[in-house]
Design a binder for this molecule. Structure first.
Ligand code: NZQ
Ligand code: ZN
Length: 400
């Protein structure tokens, strides 16, 4: 097992009616003025924002609001939020929504607490030294931003989707009421489940040895999400399934499933960021569309790891590691299809030209300045090959 630090400072308040506690949670923060940040309308339509506003009014908490965050949250709204917070002397941001809202809140928090252009942190030109404190009321189980150290923002100028990772932005608290996710369309539920599993799978596919406990936690998490994602297709208001999936969303991306590993592969996330940046697709769907092609491209680097995945997740009995690995990749793609997730770019509605493939590959490699992944180092040529495999629906799944 590798040495590691594990830091998960977010206070989790989980369960039915949990949002009723948001007033007390804010008061514990000793802040003077709160920005309530939210998305494109679901939190207003569900009545959640009205309930939070009523609590704030009753408790005498001063607040202003900024809505309008869209999936793949935009830098332009982040700039607007930074200017607003500075003008209004906001000292705490409450994100009400999913990963996009929380990430936008984190970016605003960086922008207020540091001098200069906040995009520099996402473009890796500078590192932030502070962030306004953030809290979250989660409405979709997916990105895990409620406990992660990450914020992912899309710069409309150039269609660049980039992340910034520091412990400074970790939420002070996360309010998680699974009932708040009943209103999700099935597609968003399934995109969320895909992303949750991927946060563990990215960590699981690594080059480390001897992680019995971490592997066991990871496999249980993946199987749990898989099981409940299927139940939610038929029963979207099943509390137990919503709760299992919501807790998995946080545990999958608060680093628990990476303890003792080399950190994992993460190539699929980096490949997806370019798809999301250029084609504005839902993050989870983009991951599903590229995962099978990535897996087929890299599994020979460590077939025994893919074979372990196949045997422990899908109960595949094949004794030959390479054959088991391929069977596991097929089983995962079959699962994606069974829940309505794409397994190719075409199924996402993308028919990328060779020029677009090269552009995504160049961007993914920071124009030749980096490789991604640990199972195989993926530079621009390798990324282009994986995008081509994912793009070509005429290639049958089993030979991709
Ligand atoms: O904007 P509203 O109207 O709220 O609609 C949202 C949005 O259209 C809707 N929604 C959310 N809760 C709902 C609901 N609709 C009905 N009922 C509810 N209760 O769902 C849509 C998707 O929301 P979004 O916040 O975009 O989803 P998600 O949580 O999947 O976040 C995706 C973003 O997070 C980034 C992704 O790249 C993407 O930009 N990620 C962030 C990470 C992090 N910070 O740690 C890690 C991830 O790997 C990921 O990259
Ligand atoms: Zn993700």
């Amino acid at each position: 097992m590798n040495d590691f630090n594990y830091y998960a400072p977010t206070k989790v308040v989980f369960g039915k009616g949990a949002e009723q506690k948001v007033g007390n949670l804010i008061k514990e923060q000793n802040c003077k003025k709160v920005l309530i940040h939210y998305g494109s309308g679901s939190a207003r339509r569900s009545g959640l924002l009205d309930r939070i506003e009523a609590i704030f009014d009753k408790e005498g908490i001063t607040y202003i609001e900024l809505g309008g965050v869209v999936p793949n949250p935009r830098l332009s709204l982040v700039y607007e939020g930074i200017a607003l917070c500075k003008k209004e002397n906001v000292d705490f941001i409450l994100a009400v929504g999913g990963g996009s809202v929380i990430d936008s809140a984190k970016a605003i928090g960086y922008g207020v607490a540091n001098e200069g252009d906040v995009w520099d942190f996402y473009a890796k030109k500078r590192v932030p030294t502070a962030c306004l404190p953030i809290g979250a009321v989660l409405t979709i189980a997916a990105a895990g931003s409620e406990m992660s150290n990450s914020s992912v923002i899309t710069n409309e100028d150039g269609g660049l989707k980039r992340g910034c990772n520091t412990d400074l932005c970790r939420c002070r608290f996360a309010v998680m009421n699974p009932e708040l996710t009943y209103t999700l369309p099935d597609y968003q539920t399934q995109c969320g489940c895909t992303d949750i599993m991927m946060h563990t799978m990215e960590r699981y596919f690594n080059m480390s040895e001897n992680m019995e406990l971490t592997d066991g936690i990871s496999e249980a998490l993946i199987k749990t999400v898989m099981k409940h994602s299927k139940i939610l297709k038929e029963h979207p208001d099943c509390y137990e399934s919503r709760a299992e999936v919501m807790w998995a969303s946080s545990l999958s991306h608060n680093d628990l499933t990476g303890c003792g590993t080399d950190g994992g592969d993460w190539a699929c996330h980096q490949l997806e960021h370019e798809i999301g940046g250029m084609f504005d697709v839902a993050h989870g769907a983009g991951l599903a569309a590229v995962w099978g092609s990535w897996a087929r491209y890299v599994y020979k680097a460590r077939p025994e790891r893919f074979a372990k995945f196949a045997r422990n997740i899908f109960n595949i009995q094949e004794t030959d590691d390479e054959k088991a690995a391929v069977a596991g990749i097929e089983a995962m793609e079959n699962y994606y299809q069974s829940v309505g997730m794409p397994t190719s770019l075409c199924e996402l509605g993308i028919h990328a030209t060779e020029e677009q493939i090269k552009e995504m590959a160049d961007k993914c490699s920071f124009y030749g300045k980096r490789t991604v992944g640990v199972m195989k180092k993926i530079g621009a040529p390798e990324a282009a090959e994986i995008y081509r495999m994912a793009n070509d629906k005429s290639i049958p799944l089993y030979s991709r």
